[in-house]
Write a protein that binds this ligand. Structure first.
Ligand code: AR6
Length: 168
């Protein structure tokens, strides 16, 4: 089966895929940015399920249903906070992508969409974060041939351009 990496410019909550990834915080109880958008679009039941998960460590990922979202599931992952993480930032960010792809593979998902994890409120420099995202997704696609499509969802033109350049 052919595997593809696509780019999308816009709101991740509009994507009809098996799972969208949320750039959450350790509490998993919501926040701003993409996290806020996902909770608003999914409805209050998402928060209810998140409360049962006991939070999430940086670099780890946890699964919930998608509720009112067009996506069936949400994979919540927690990226590193760039200026308060001293060591291992790149590895922690890489783990977000790796662990999200691992969950997708385990659940038999065929399509998954990622936001640019950590590059908003958490201030990870976009160029380095993009390189990590692409490298980890490519490696995981090789490991998990049943995942057919990965979408990099970019919320602004600048991020979209960066992914476009790095994907070449
Ligand atoms: N669809 C796709 N991407 C989006 C959307 C959206 N609707 N909204 C924002 N982005 P951020 P982080 C982009 O700050 O840096 C939250 O408060 C955004 O433009 O959402 O990992 C959490 O609760 C940027 O490119 O996530 C945490 O406390 C990217 O998503 C904290 O922010 C990531 O920006 C996590 O910070």
């Amino acid at each position: 089966m052919a595997q593809i990496i696509e780019m999308f410019l816009g709101d991740i909550t509009t994507l009809k895929v098996d799972a969208i990834v949320n750039a959450a915080n350790k509490s998993l109880l919501g926040g701003g940015g993409v996290d806020g958008a996902i909770h608003r679009a999914a409805g209050p039941k998402l928060l209810e399920e998140c409360r049962t998960l006991g939070g999430c460590e940086t670099g780890e990922a946890k699964l919930t249903k998608g509720y009112n979202l067009p996506a069936k599931y949400v994979i919540h992952t927690v990226g590193p906070i760039y200026f308060s993480t001293q060591q291992n930032k790149a590895e922690l960010l890489a783990r977000c992508y790796r662990n999200s792809m691992k969950i997708a593979a385990k659940k038999g998902f065929k399509s998954i969409a990622f936001p640019a994890i950590s590059t908003g409120v958490y201030s990870y420099p976009l160029e380095e974060a993009t390189e990590i995202a692409i490298h980890e997704v490519r490696t995981s696609l090789f490991l998990y041939p049943k995942i057919e499509k990965v979408i990099f969802c970019c919320f602004d033109e600048y991020t979209f351009q960066m992914y476009q350049n790095k994907l070449r």
